[in-house]
Design a protein around this ligand. Structure first.
Ligand code: ATP
Ligand code: MG
Ligand code: FE
Length: 341
């Protein structure tokens, strides 16, 4: 089967054609980084307008590149949330119109499910269940992935997401937006032990995350004028890694072992974090799986692939499916004090 995937939940407009046997026939991503850079973060109204301009031409391009007609598709999948609602609506409504015109099933995808299943697109051997560290701009969670649509949240953040901590630290260091890749580059030139920074919640039995205190400490280190920026970046990244490994340990030690540790989301593109997770998994005799870099940050191939996974289980959605600004992967998860979904 062939699925058209559409992504528009944040500041990447993207379209891709993906097959149920794991081939990406064509994909395009239009990043809006330049449009948002002057504001140091994503401006929802600018994002929505840019998606509305760019999406249709991108869809046209992937269809042409793959040499396909809409009649050749088996389903149309679009992110229906969570995310900035204006952008989500542009993608979802486009998908509905195409599905109706071409008489194809619509599949409404949870963006987080796109991230959660993305490692299976590149790795045919990754079977359920697996432990997932989902680290992105808006989320920081540990999930037990039991199957398509079956996610149990083991941990979440009580304040900032990990990608958000990278972005805020980048802003403090004057590195611009988006900050994750810039912090990682600068950290290569610094000493990860040079700046004493806190590791929030280290050793706590509950496996939840907290990064707000770390970000504040980065700000104090910068304001003190006692450290070079590269040392601050390297020390921040090391503190973040120490927190992630400790929180994973708390989450995974509390339950029966899972065969694989998987990382996904934009922060999964970070080489230092990937390396640390690989070591952590090896110590526990878990397989470690990280998607290729291009599948970590927002893209439409992961949405098309999540559509393929749902198509294979015979699922589709009605044309009145509502765009959802908030949409937890695990609706049964215990609420956590101070935590978003
Ligand atoms: P969500 O998926 O939670 O809705 P999002 O879609 O905005 O949020 P993603 O595109 O998945 O987030 O990831 C973007 C985040 O990943 C940003 O916070 C960015 O700084 C971070 N990021 C990207 N590359 C790296 C890197 N190399 N190191 C650290 N962080 C990174
Ligand atoms: Mg982005
Ligand atoms: Fe994302």
């Amino acid at each position: 089967g062939i699925v058209l995937g559409i992504e528009s939940s944040c500041d990447e407009t993207a379209a891709a054609l993906v097959t149920t046997d794991r081939r990406i026939l064509a994909q395009r991503i239009a990043s809006q980084d330049e449009a948002h850079a002057p504001y140091g973060g994503v401006v929802p109204e600018i994002a929505a307008r840019a998606h509305a301009e760019r999406l249709a031409p991108l869809i046209d391009e992937v269809m042409q590149e793959a040499g396909l007609e809409f009649a050749d598709l088996d389903a149309i999948a679009a992110t229906a949330g969570p995310g900035l609602i204006g952008g989500v609506m542009v993608g979802l409504v486009s998908a509905k119109a195409l599905a109706m015109a071409a008489d194809k099933p619509l599949i409404a995808i949870n963006h987080l499910e796109g991230h959660a299943l993305s490692p299976r697109l590149a790795d045919a051997d990754l079977d359920f269940p697996y432990a997932l560290l989902l680290v992105s701009g808006g989320h920081c969670q540990i999930l037990h992935v039991e199957g398509v649509g079956q996610y149990r949240r083991l941990a979440t953040t009580i304040d900032d997401a990990l990608g958000e901590a990278f972005d805020k630290s980048a802003k403090i260091l004057g590195l611009g937006y988006p900050g994750g890749p810039a912090v990682e580059r600068l950290a290569l030139e610094g000493d990860p032990q040079a700046v004493p920074l806190p590791r929030p919640l280290l050793g706590s039995k509950e496996p939840h995350f907290s990064f707000a205190g770390l970000k504040s400490a980065v700000m104090r280190a910068k304001d003190s004028d006692q450290h070079v920026d590269a040392d601050i970046a390297a020390s921040f990244q090391q503190a973040a890694i120490d927190c992630v490994l400790d929180r994973l340990k708390a989450a995974l030690d509390a339950k029966t072992p899972l065969p694989a540790l998987v990382v996904a989301g934009g922060v999964a593109a970070n080489q230092a974090i990937r390396g640390a997770l690989e070591g952590f998994a090896a110590e526990r005799s878990m397989r470690f799986v990280a998607p290729p870099m291009a599948l970590c940050t927002d893209n439409a191939a992961m949405i098309g692939w999540a559509g393929c996974e749902r198509l294979k289980t015979g699922q589709s959605d009605p044309l009145d499916f509502r765009a959802r600004p908030r949409w937890p992967l695990d609706p049964d998860a215990e609420p956590v004090r101070g935590a978003g979904v």
